[in-house]
Write a new protein. Structure first.
Length: 82
């Protein structure tokens, strides 16, 4: 694979994963990934990372964390969240 194709693919990774590119660019990247194991691995890693972040964001913070945050904001005179 040429270095230029890899740079193009990596530059588009999040657009690709978020389905924010046109079908033609997506097809070119898919073709590149089939032929380039390092890029395929990088895209797989990023996809897995995005899935983990999305999953973790669904969890509510523990009540102790929220209590500490509220106390900190109150003690520091912040109007955040009021």
């Amino acid at each position: 694979m040429s270095k230029h194709n890899c740079q193009d693919a990596v530059a588009q990774v999040y657009f690709y994963l978020d389905d924010e590119i046109g079908w033609f660019k997506k097809a070119r990247i898919k073709r590149h990934l089939k032929k380039c194991p390092p890029c395929e691995g990088a895209f797989g890693f990023e996809s897995h990372l995005k899935a983990m972040v999305r999953e973790r964001l669904r969890e509510e913070p523990q009540p102790e964390v929220m209590d500490r945050l509220r106390a900190y904001l109150k003690d520091n005179g912040s109007d955040f969240g009021r």
